[in-house]
Design a binder for this molecule. Sequence first.
Ligand code: SF4
Length: 365
Amino acid sequence: MNRLDALRGTTPPKPHDARAIAALAANPGCSRRALMDGAGIDKEALARHLGHPAPFGQSPFAITRGNAFEALVKADGCAELIRMLRELLGLPIDEVAYHDVENVGAHLRHTHTRALIDRAARGEGTGTVYDHPLFTLAIAGHTAYLEPDVVAFQLGGRFHIVEIKSFAVVDGQADPAAVAAAARQAAVYVLALRTLLEELGHDPLRVAHDVVLVCPENFANRPVATLVDVRRQLAVLRRQLARMTSLDRLLAALPEDVTFDLEPDDDGRPARPVAELADAVRATEARYAPECLSTCDLCFFCRDEARQEGASDLLGRDVRDALGGVASVREALALADGSRAPERGQEEIARLLRGAERLRRECLA
Ligand code: SF4
């Protein structure tokens, strides 16, 4: 058994989906998450057993709304989508064709997707829009199966990932957090399709870094399509995945006997004492940020831990980065009021904090 399997213990590995892989890019500096995802640990079950269940998961209403919007966009062989793609990507009217990969049955979808993409890349076949394709991506030695909403092939040789989301675009603006999450997820599909093209002997850069994001416009159900550049998300994702395949340094820093095993008792509930499991989790280094609250199952546990430590991470990435190496709020306050002398390398941030404290006092006076 290798070290990652030992971390997971007797629990089977949790497969990664695109949402989970995308979330890796949301907090690339967190060793705890890198180790847990590398070992295929079920973080949702872990958080529940620790008494800090994750706060998210889509409401049934949101899921129904999302499914209805996707069905509308894809109705009649993606007619509405193809109309938008003609405008956005310049698809010639007489050359648009539609393939529903799902028609072949789930177990054959990946093989069929490969064959269709290969033919398109060779300039053979008539398919321009591929519905329900199935890609794979290797994540720390495991194969993740990924289902983008649609892939569009532009005759001119470029593939575009199409992501259909049900959050609204109002007066040309959408919720930036929702767009960022959609861009991270689409970047996973871009990477998976580039990997597939490379395996098939084609140029991976034929997959565009501009993904097509389709959303309802102005609270009506009329879809609108925009191009979103995901180069930055791709770069973070690649770095994070490379980091997950080389977790040796993080594993070496862990005590030998650490495991996150959730072996169930006779009732099917994890038998592990909660305090013991919490100690094991605390043995890994976290990098909490408020963004974790929408992207990681362990967020409530890590937030609690950061609060107990008074970590400056709680104030968000911008403040944490601005504070440089000052790890706790108490330390920052002590540097600001001069009750603590700066350590080597903290002189500049201490000077700025003292200046900010002086301004605060002047304002209050
Ligand atoms: S919630 Fe915890 S484990 Fe998850 S990314 Fe944030 S700090 Fe890391």
